[in-house]
Design a protein around this ligand. Sequence first.
Ligand SMILES: Cc1cc2nc3c(=O)[nH]c(=O)nc-3n(C[C@H](O)[C@H](O)[C@H](O)COP(=O)(O)O)c2cc1C
Length: 157
Amino acid sequence: MKTLVVYYSFGGNTRTIARRIAKSLGADIAEIRTVKRYPDDYDVLVSLGKREVESGYVPQLYPLAVDIAEYDTIVLGTPVWWYSFAPAVKSFMKSVSWKGKTVYPFATNGGWLGHTPSDFKKALRGATVCPVLSVKFDEKTLVTPEKDIDEWIGKIK
Ligand SMILES: Cc1cc2nc3c(=O)[nH]c(=O)nc-3n(C[C@H](O)[C@H](O)[C@H](O)COP(=O)(O)O)c2cc1C
């Protein structure tokens, strides 16, 4: 059965980890993209993100480049936005029927994962949800040891 790595990334950290996982597994990869561009100014983005996460906003997405129905194992990556997954990932999860799928979530962050793991469990109802990999960055620099990431990848079946 096929494995898909699907991710959203604003600044590139989550993309870097998604590519590493896809390469290591020989899996397909697809990016979640919002129709509306987020602002480049980081402070503006952070406060807009707060409003969106707190209000449960679901941004409109471009169609995914692959048919998710063809995959039963999904590695799902998000940056942490205000202690949860990014709104784009919320939109994506709402658009998929999760029954029968196994999901390996990972979340890049600056050290505050918050309630991302329990939010994933709730949003992925019907799926088997595996333990979340938290990948810490200091801005663009990876802080989590690479061996921790590789160990987690090694558990993906
Ligand atoms: C709107 C916004 C909210 C964020 N909230 C958190 C947070 O709650 N906890 C945390 O550790 N990092 C937070 N961050 C930092 C990002 O999670 C971190 O930089 C992540 O690696 C960015 O991934 P990306 O480069 O793929 O977009 C936030 C960043 C943004 C833009």
